[in-house]
Design a protein around this ligand. Structure first.
Ligand code: ATP
Ligand code: MG
Length: 140
């Protein structure tokens, strides 16, 4: 295992219900460090670009609409095996299938409004971190 960095997003359903602290506590209690963090309201163009890989999926338009429906918190998490650890802490995409104790089981409202995003590979993490943060914004 190696120290890794991953991109996390607290989605609009989480900011709307004032859950950012509770979700960050899950990360920190699991040993992940929040080494960069910013709250912003994504533009339509930003959301479409971020989810470009899903452009052909039937849920793309709804997903983009949801992601611009309120503020998000983008963050860089760092720790041992951070990419896989964060995916484990998040739980399955559909909260109905998520394991007990995972963020999505605890907090998600639906398969779309599922509270968090996490990079799914080292390549995605590097690309997604660069999408939101300059190197000087990240203080490990
Ligand atoms: P994320 O990429 O947000 O970390 P994920 O990797 O678990 O989540 P993806 O398959 O990459 O899931 O889908 C991206 C996002 O699109 C999901 O998190 C969810 O918000 C939304 N989504 C995925 N599948 C559906 C669906 N069938 N209906 C509606 N929204 C969906
Ligand atoms: Mg994904």
């Amino acid at each position: 295992m190696a120290t890794e960095r991953t991109l996390s997003i607290l989605k609009p359903d989480a900011t709307r219900r004032n859950l950012t602290g509770k979700i960050n506590a899950v990360f920190e209690e699991a040993g992940l460090r929040i080494i960069a963090q910013r709250r912003l309201h994504l533009s339509q163009a930003q959301a479409e670009a971020f989810y470009a890989a899903h452009r052909e999926r039937g849920f793309f338009k709804d997903l983009v609409g949801f992601m611009v429906s309120g503020p998000v918190v983008v963050q860089v998490l760092e720790g041992e095996d951070a990419i896989a650890l964060n995916r484990k802490l998040m739980g399955a995409t559909n909260p109905a299938n998520a394991d007990p104790g995972t963020i999505r089981k605890l907090f998600a409202e639906s398969i779309e409004a599922n509270s968090v995003h996490g990079s799914d590979s080292a390549e995605a993490a590097a690309q997604e971190i660069g999408f939101f943060f300059a190197g000087t914004d990240i203080v490990g």
